[in-house]
Design a binder for this molecule. Structure first.
Ligand SMILES: Nc1ncnc2c1ncn2[C@@H]1O[C@H](COP(=O)(O)OP(=O)(O)O)[C@@H](O)[C@H]1O
Ligand SMILES: CC(=O)N[C@@H](CCC(=O)OP(=O)(O)O)C(=O)O
Length: 300
């Protein structure tokens, strides 16, 4: 039979891609994937839509996706509009009572609902939550110290209402995993002291993924992954290799706490953690459902 259908080539190309993706889709079936969606990866409408489509497709592929989002730049811009200065110590936002109110409004309010709406527009059912909902996460005041570079003396930081997660109750998340709903979670949590705490979104995502023993924890950031001394992407790292890269200075700045959160999550039972570029459209699907992946996978 002669074949003069101009679509045949395209169809067989697409069929080839689907056939290759299938074993990867099966690998994640029924498994939990926590995706940390950072504030720097948001903001572009097309990218936001591609992200929401990826999350929707994961759910349709019977994966259990959980989104934990940040929103640092968005908080900064709201604070600026209100004439409040953003102040950071050791990478964390110094959060007084008024700032905490704004942080909660922006994270658990506008950003959270924007992501929910984007996923819903892809035909899925997302539900916006924060640590307060269903008593999911409790936090305590963060205890951080920094070494004074001149004297090397340790100084205790008072970051106000910055918290660290101390308890994660997975009841609500387990319930949602068995439902049609996709949780979208803001990193705000109550303390047993009655206060509300602002938690770094990477730390929060690590705690959620750890409590669920997630198959994957994906960090969407603004670089392709962990880069070596020549700026080349390192597709896979062990815990030992990652520690060595921190020690020799190859990993620096904001990548240090990110990789440290990855190592902690692995310690707490997450199977693999990936750092990848949130500015690449459909990076989540490429990472999970292709042989080559997209970022740096860190495993034990
Ligand atoms: N070895 C490295 N590989 C990749 N990025 C690195 C490395 N060392 C330092 N960085 C820096 O870490 C940044 C990512 O951390 P950060 O800005 O805190 O991310 P986010 O705001 O997405 O949480 C990168 O933009 C890069 O400047
Ligand atoms: C304590 C602390 O610093 N909290 C962060 C929470 C948001 C966040 O982490 O957002 P990104 O992931 O976009 O950076 C903040 O207030 O900016």
């Amino acid at each position: 039979m002669s074949n003069d259908n101009p679509n045949t080539d395209r169809f067989s190309h697409d069929a080839g891609i689907l056939a290759q993706a299938l074993p990867y889709m099966q690998r994640y079936e029924g498994k939990t994937v926590v995706v940390k969606y950072g504030g720097h990866a948001m903001g572009d409408a097309k990218l936001g839509q591609a992200f929401a489509r990826d999350i929707a497709l994961l759910k349709q592929s019977k994966v259990n996706p959980i989104v934990v989002h940040g929103g640092g730049p968005q908080i900064a811009s709201m604070l600026k509009n209100l004439g409040i200065e953003s102040k950071f110590e050791g990478g964390l936002r110094v959060t007084d009572k008024r700032t905490m109110e704004i942080v909660e409004m922006v994270l658990a309010g506008s950003i959270n609902k924007e992501i929910v709406a984007l996923i819903n527009a892809e035909g899925e059912w997302a539900i916006g939550l924060c640590g307060k909902d269903g008593n999911m996460v409790f936090a305590k005041k963060a205890e951080k110290t920094v070494k004074d570079p001149g004297s090397n003396i340790e100084r205790v930081l008072d970051l106000g209402f910055v918290g660290e997660p101390v308890e994660v109750d997975r009841t609500l998340l387990d319930l949602l995993a068995r439902s049609e709903l996709i949780p979208v979670i803001a990193p705000v949590a109550p303390g047993h002291d009655g206060n509300t705490y602002n938690i770094n979104a990477d730390t929060f995502a690590g705690a959620i993924a750890g409590s669920l023993g997630a198959k994957r924890l994906l960090f969407l950031t603004d670089v392709p992954g962990v880069l070596d001394k020549d700026g080349k992407l390192m597709p896979e790292l062990t815990v030992r290799e990652a520690k060595a890269l921190i020690a020799d200075g190859t990993i620096s700045g904001g990548m240090i706490p990110k990789v440290e959160t990855c190592l902690e999550a692995l310690d707490n039972g997450v199977e693999g953690v990936v750092i990848l570029n949130g500015k690449t459209p459909h990076v989540v699907l490429v990472e999970l459902f292709t042989e080559h992946g997209a970022g740096t996978l860190i495993v034990r």
